[in-house]
Design a protein around this ligand. Sequence first.
Ligand code: SF4
Length: 423
Amino acid sequence: MNEALLQFIWQYSLYKPTALQTADGETLTIIYCGKLNRDAGPDFTEAKVKVGSTTLVGNVELHIKSSDWLKHGHQNDTAYKNLVLHVVYENDVSDVAGNIPVLELKKHIPQDVLVRYTGLMHAPQKLPCAGQHERIKSITKEGWLSRLLAERWEQKLGDWNVLLENSAEDWRNLLYWRTAANFGFKTNATPFLMLAQSLPLNIPTKHKDNLMQIEALLFGQAGMLEDDFVDDYPRELQREYDYLRKKYKLKPIAGHLWKFLRMRPANFPTVRIAQFAALIHKSLHLFSQIIETHSVKEIEPLLDVTASSYWDTHFQFDSAQEQRSPKSLGKSSIQNIIINTIAPIQFLYAAKQDTYKLQEKALQLLESVPAEKNNITRLWEENGWQAVNAAQSQALLQLYNNYCSSKRCLECTIGLNIIKAPN
Ligand code: SF4
């Protein structure tokens, strides 16, 4: 037994409710278990219980042992004054909390609840509920996925909101920063964001008709133009960057921040920077276009860019490939940007405008993108839970990363249904 499990059993009434008695032998009826309090103070507030013939409304505190009351120093804490019930797993010391009625729960907890909980906590598989979640109703699962997606966006958009406030509510800037980070995908998201933050958007925008200058600015600020090159193309970029750097008093980020190891060459940051330059070159009013467009079919062409011709035969400077292969962003990368940047930014924009209809559209956009394929979605798939679209794959990522991997099954709707429901 631990406090989290005891709270869970209390919150979801997983004990046998019949013939409850206080430690003093009075009959006890739980009318309302109370509202779980995650802050300081009693564990549950606004509970309603009937002791003998008296109905009491107030707080409830839970402990594994009644003596924990003293260990935690509640006897001197005024926050515990309005207690109507002290629920303990084991009443090892009598009357520790004065006149507050005590309920010992140990003998009321069904053994199978504990067995199912222990089964989840000690499951050796990556997904502790593998083989058990299949029997949970689809409607329950779908509702839980919606809440997980909301939680994921709340976490993500909270940080974006700070970025937005730091840039005087400049939405174009936010889109520029977040798209840059997205072009870095998982491995190079941080240096890509640093690169964009080191180069104010108005500078590449001033040069947007000249792709070579945009590339010079981006590669130069990325710290990638500091070698002695052989090819003409990087040498030209160097010359251009030297001029622009002085003109705008720019300071590049450190080139060693970029990672190339264990990456497919098509994802090398050099290729991604060249594609990002092509996007800036191509898009005149990207933010207004993106904020007003809610269909994948219309957004895909906006993001469909190809790196300049030097990159047709290169993945890195001075290192030619044998075969020519133009470096287009590709459908799955475009979908990744819609999932991770466009739909969330549309949602944040709509939320800031207080426009419910537009928030719905941002969600619908996500639902119209196919589910992502990665190690986590594959793990769910192998275990019988296949996401039908990107909204669900995002929710399943949130579930695995934030709940399953740290065994937070007690805070998960699937866990609740498995522990409370008999097989
Ligand atoms: S957190 Fe939920 S979904 Fe994940 S393993 Fe536990 S019960 Fe299953």
